[in-house]
Design a binder for this molecule. Structure first.
Ligand code: KG4
Ligand code: ZN
Length: 333
């Protein structure tokens, strides 16, 4: 089954052709990041406008690269939630138009399900059940993936997402948006023990996460140093911050694995591109004899191939939508 997939939930306009959930025939991403950088974050109104401008050339290129026409496509998958509502609406309405014109089924895909499914592309042997850490700019979840379309969130962030904390800490260190990758680079030549940063204590649910205290500690540290005219070593601070985030995510995930008895561990989302996190998760899994799966770097961030991968399993499960499909800014997985 060949799916044309469309993703426009944030600041990437993306389209892909994916076969049977695992084989990527084409994947095109038009990133708006350079434009949003000057504002220090994504400006929703600008994002929607750029999606509207880019979606036709991006979809055209995805079909061209795959060597298929719309007639050769079996279904149209689209991210319908969660994300920036105006941005999502561009993709959803475009996909509805294509479905109407072609008579092909329309498959709505949840963005976080898509991030998880990126792993099916990288790892042809991976099948549910498994325990998954989803760490992106908008979400931080620990998800029990029982089946391709069956999910149970067992831990979530109480405040900031991990990626959001990376981006806000990076901003206070003077890096541009999105700063996660700059922290990753700076951390390579820094001392992770140079600055003592707080590990949050989250009362109640044992698998819930919190990053706002850690982010605020970094922001305050930089602010206080600048007030006193003291220098901050950005490499050391980046390394200390990254090591703390990695410890929080790895410890919680391992605790959840112990509790659920999961022995297959999966990572997903933009933050899983972080070199420190990849190393820390691998070490923790090796120590316990767990099998770890992470998406290849190109599939950690937003893309449409992952939407095509999940879209296949949604279609197989009969989860298609009518032309009354609407976009949702927030929606549980
Ligand atoms: O999954 P994603 O592309 O978009 C959302 O669905 O949110 O994740 C974007 C997030 C940003 O916060 C970005 O800074 C972070 O992923 N990120 C990283 C790295 N690469 C991207 N964070 C830490 N280290 C990285 N190498
Ligand atoms: Zn995403």
């Amino acid at each position: 089954m060949k799916l044309l997939a469309i993703e426009s939930s944030c600041d990437e306009t993306a389209a892909a052709v994916v076969e049977d959930g695992r084989l990527v025939r084409s994947s095109v991403i038009h990133s708006q990041v350079a434009e949003h950088q000057q504002y220090g974050g994504v400006v929703p109104e600008i994002a929607s406008r750029r999606h509207a401008e880019s979606i036709i050339p991006v979809v055209d290129k995805a079909l061209l690269d795959a060597g298929v026409s719309l007639g050769g496509i079996d279904a149209i998958a689209v991210t319908y939630a969660p994300g920036l509502i105006g941005a999502l609406l561009v993709g959803v309405n475009f996909a509805k138009g294509l479905a109407l014109a072609s008579g092909k089924p329309l498959v709505p895909v949840h963005h976080i399900r898509g991030h998880i499914a990126a792993n099916y592309i990288t790892h042809p042997d991976l099948e549910p059940p498994f325990l998954c850490l989803v760490a992106s700019g908008g979400h931080s979840h620990i998800v029990n993936v029982r089946g391709y379309t069956e999910f149970e969130v067992i831990g979530r962030t109480r405040d900031d997402a991990a990626g959001e904390a990376f981006d806000k800490a990076a901003r206070s260190m003077g890096f541009c948006y999105p700063g996660g990758v700059y922290i990753d680079r700076a951390a390579q030549s820094g001392n992770p023990k140079a600055y003592r940063l707080p590990i949050p204590r989250v009362e109640g649910s044992p698998f819930d996460l919190s990053f706002s205290g850690l982010k605020t500690a970094v922001v305050n540290l930089v602010h206080n140093a600048s007030q006193k005219g003291e220098a901050i070593d950005n490499n050391d601070l980046a390394a200390s911050f990254q090591a703390t985030v990695c410890r929080i995510l790895t410890d919680k995930l391992m605790l959840a694995a112990e509790h659920t008895g999961a022995r297959v561990i999966v990572g997903a989302g933009g933050v899983c591109a972080n070199s420190g996190l990849r190393t820390s998760l691998q070490a923790a899994c090796d120590q316990r004899g767990y099998r770890l799966y992470l998406p290849e770097l190109a599939l950690c961030g937003d893309n449409a191939a992952m939407i095509g991968a999940q879209g296949y399993y949604e279609a197989v499960a009969g989860c298609t939508a009518s032309l009354s499909l609407n976009a949702c800014a927030t929606r549980p997985i």
